[in-house]
Design a protein around this ligand. Structure first.
Ligand SMILES: Cc1ncc(COP(=O)(O)O)c(C=O)c1O
Length: 408
């Protein structure tokens, strides 16, 4: 379905599902963390009330809790195929506290497969969660190659990647979308290049997953992680491994346990069961949203986000002294995350203005300090970032604009 065919988002229907939106605040720091679905909150409370037990025993509440966890994991697996392709098996999905902790575990689990001289490519456009764990492997002789952003186009160019791939490249780690630039990469094309060179791909999907459907199997990457607390759920995260990728993982679990799947190898003990059960409200919500709009949830989400982003960028871009950090116009591949700096005020001063108007945005480097510096900006002050979600309204964007008007 094209954007123009998508039914307009029924914002009353959408917003009624998010209790925190019944507030005087406009919440536009969604790339930092979205507000959770009421259903997620209810499910967490219900789980803690009714199944306050450990898994794996034969008594009924424990057995029931095990069934609920299997159901939750299967639901979360479905998110990785919301845009097509086969649904990964539940064992491919590792659940953890955060994407940062899951990617660190992944690096530990892959470390034994790497020898001195093996190469890993990382980018300077990523959040540190998908850089730091790989840099730490240098202590065992792994060589890091940097896929660097072009400061003029603010893009990672495929030609630059081609020059980095060698016979020693084992892994390519990159972000699906920058949490600062708001631009999405063509991960299928990137993964195809990596595969041809014999390398595997680890993708940070945190900034992409709240906005567009996922098609993990079709993209041909080996690992893909995102955080549920940025996709309308609670504070937990998921990492999907391809069957081949799963087969490479060392077991991080207790030595007497020899799990055959990625979940068992990476999870190492309990994960937050109640949060996983709460997070399973997300696939249910997206399914209901799609049904309510007579099609795909993400088609309606994308069209609405595009309307909001267009209004904001059209107002912002022509203003004197403004530098948009990212694509200056909305369009396909442009997510509703808009960063900018202005010659007229420091980022902190701009945000102080919006704070006082009860519009929640943020400034800083957003844990992507290498990107900020690569673009010639100050790590200490960073950028102003407005990160919209589909539950934001045009009226809220107008409120933001009025607040910014006084500061810019
Ligand atoms: C693009 C991106 N990747 C990774 C992370 C880290 O996620 P988590 O907080 O779940 O570790 C973030 C968090 O802001 C992010 O924006």
């Amino acid at each position: 379905m094209s954007l123009t065919e998508a039914a307009p988002l029924d914002l009353d229907w959408v917003r009624s599902r998010f209790p925190a939106l019944r507030s005087d605040w406009v919440l536009m720091d969604n790339a930092g963390g979205s507000t959770p679905l009421g259903a997620a909150v209810d499910r967490i409370a219900e789980y803690l009330r009714r199944w306050p037990v450990q898994l794996g025993a034969s008594y009924t509440p424990s057995a029931e809790a095990g069934e609920l966890q299997a159901e939750a994991r299967a639901g979360l697996a479905g998110l990785f195929a919301s845009g097509g392709g086969p649904v990964p098996s539940p064992g491919q999905i590792a659940i953890g506290a955060s994407t940062t902790s899951l990617l660190s575990r992944l690096a530990r689990a892959l470390a034994p497969t790497l020898v001195a001289g093996d190469e890993i490519i990382v980018t300077d456009a990523d959040h540190e969660a998908n850089i730091g764990p790989w840099l730490r492997l240098q202590s065992q002789g792994v060589v890091i190659r940097w896929w660097r952003i072009r400061p003029d186009s603010m893009q990672l160019e495929l030609d630059d990647l081609d020059a980095l791939l060698t016979a020693r490249t084992r892994l390519l780690c990159f972000t699906h979308a920058s949490n600062l630039l708001g631009s999405a990469l063509d991960i299928k094309a990137i993964a195809a290049r990596a595969r041809t060179a014999g390398a595997r791909c680890c993708v940070d999907g945190v900034a992409y997953a709240p906005h567009r459907a996922l098609a993990f199997a079709e993209w041909g990457v080996d690992w893909y992680a995102f955080s549920l607390y940025k996709v309308f759920g609670p504070h937990c995260a998921v990492l999907c491994s391809s069957p081949e990728g799963a087969g490479m993982l060392a077991n991080l679990n207790h030595e007497w346990m020899q799990p055959s799947d990625a979940a068992g190898r990476l999870e190492a003990g309990a994960y937050p069961y109640e949060l996983a059960w709460g997070a399973a409200a997300v696939p249910a919500y997206l399914e209901a949203l799609g049904a309510h709009h007579g099609g795909s949830a993400f088609a309606a989400i994308e069209a609405h986000e595009c309307t909001l982003t267009t209004r904001l960028l059209d107002w912002l871009a022509p203003r004197p002294g403004i530098r948009i950090i990212g694509a200056p116009a909305a369009g396909p591949g442009r997510l509703p995350t808009v960063s900018f700096v202005t010659s007229r005020a420091a980022p902190q001063a701009v945000v102080a203005h919006t704070d006082s108007a009860q519009v929640g945005i943020r400034h800083g480097h957003f844990y992507a300090p290498r990107l900020v510096e690569a673009l010639g900006l100050e790590r200490a002050t960073g950028v102003v970032r407005v990160s919209l979600a589909h539950y934001n309204t045009l009226a809220e964007v107008e409120r933001l604009i009025s607040a910014l008007d006084g500061a810019l």
